[in-house]
Design a binder for this molecule. Structure first.
Ligand code: ATP
Length: 368
């Protein structure tokens, strides 16, 4: 069992800084997910932990051991890749046993470990099958089994579910989370899929351009994004960003979007005061916008209504995604199916200002 620590880790490929001074403390037994768009450096970070990529600057520790110069095979880690190539001529048993045979484990120990892993993964009946006789999900389990038999200190997963169809992916997500509960081993998981990150991670690390943007629990990232990038990356549909001017009107602070005005609730005034008369970005999630006609209780005395026109309606069965315009602004809202909206309707929407976000327009950092 071991935690993993990265201190000021840098990796360059020619002129590209793939990983830029990354500091991260992954706790023992934690399930941590590295997430970010393509090219943000998540795979390179994982490969450095695995020892498949050399570290240019900084230090990586697994447990108490500095591993910068420790070869991959001596790091006590096991990695499951996106392309979990199984040996086609070997049956499932031998695919799982192969790594242990190479390491000269005694036969009875290999047998014990393979059977134990097969039991954990529910693939006991498949041990004599060849990979081509398995479904995608079953192959994926065998690939995980190969990692489990090693009893590693740390599991590393690099987009292991991306070759599976959507339904199987959802099922395997749950299985991997259960596996983590059962094995109680540190797991580091790379994905570009924020939903996968949100559903699996104890904590999530959001990366962009080789730099960590924020580390937190799924709810921390959703409710308190540190900047506009994280706010837009986490949550579907994405948060609305509306450029507005913060104006003082008497005792109030008002977000003035020209075609609408929203009054800042009392609790946020102190933080926003320094931005009076400046442009800021107002952020509101589609789920925090309501139809006034249906949700009158959301109306506030101080003003949180926007007049908008319905552009597009996408019914999803349990809810509908509604695209609206208000002057030069486009606003996306998620309404329940009871809300009746048609394209071309003009309507009043209310925003839940307790849930609003405001970002500095230059640094893109969250002010509230
Ligand atoms: P993806 O989800 O597309 O795999 P990623 O977030 O995992 O993306 P990395 O694969 O870590 O990103 O790549 C980070 C940056 O480093 C990218 O700009 C990439 O082009 C570059 N890079 C990665 N590996 C190499 C390499 N072997 N040689 C040159 N550049 C590389």
């Amino acid at each position: 069992m071991a935690g993993v620590v990265l201190k000021d880790v840098v990796k360059r490929f020619g002129d590209v800084v793939a990983v830029n001074k990354v500091n991260l403390e992954i706790k023992d037994k934690e399930f941590i997910v590295l997430v970010g768009p393509s090219g943000c450096g998540k795979t390179t970070t994982l490969r450095m932990i695995a020892g498949l990529e050399e570290v240019d600057e900084g230090e990586i520790y697994i447990g108490d051991t500095l591993v910068n110069d420790v070869p991959p095979k001596d790091r006590d880690i096991a990695m499951v890749f996106q392309n979990y190539a199984l040996y086609p001529h070997m049956d499932v048993y031998n695919n799982m046993a192969f790594g242990l045979k190479l390491r000269k484990f005694p036969k009875d120990e290999i047998d014990r470990r393979v059977k134990e892993a097969a039991e954990i993964l529910g693939i006991q009946e498949l041990l004599r099958r060849k990979p081509k006789q398995l479904s995608g999900g079953q192959r994926q389990r065998v690939a995980v089994g190969r990692a489990i038999v090693r009893h590693p200190k740390v599991f590393l997963f690099d987009e292991p579910l991306s070759n599976l169809d959507a339904k199987l992916r959802v099922q395997m997500r749950a299985e991997l989370s259960k596996l983590h509960d059962r094995l109680q081993t540190t797991m580091i998981y790379v994905t570009h899929d924020q939903v996968e990150a949100m559903t699996m991670g104890d904590r999530i690390v959001v990366m962009r351009d080789g730099i960590i943007q924020q580390v937190g629990t799924p709810l921390e990232l959703y409710n308190k994004p540190a900047n506009k990038f994280v706010a837009g990356f986490i949550g579907t549909p994405s948060m609305n960003f509306l450029d507005v001017v913060l104006k003082k009107e008497g005792d109030s602070l008002v977000l003035d979007g020209q075609s609408f005005k929203i009054t800042v609730p009392e609790e946020y005034k102190a933080a926003l005061e320094p931005y009076a008369n400046k442009e800021v970005t107002f952020g509101i999630r589609p789920q925090d916008i309501y139809d006034l006609a249906v949700s009158k209780e959301m109306l506030r005395q101080d003003g949180n209504v926007i007049d908008a026109t319905v552009d597009v309606v996408e019914p999803l069965g349990s809810e509908q995604i509604v695209y609206l315009t208000c002057g030069a602004h486009t606003i996306v809202a998620v309404f329940d199916m009871q809300t009746h909206v048609d394209v071309g309707d003009t309507m009043k929407i209310v925003v839940d200002t307790d849930k609003m976000h405001v970002f500095d327009i230059d640094t893109e950092k969250a002010i509230i």
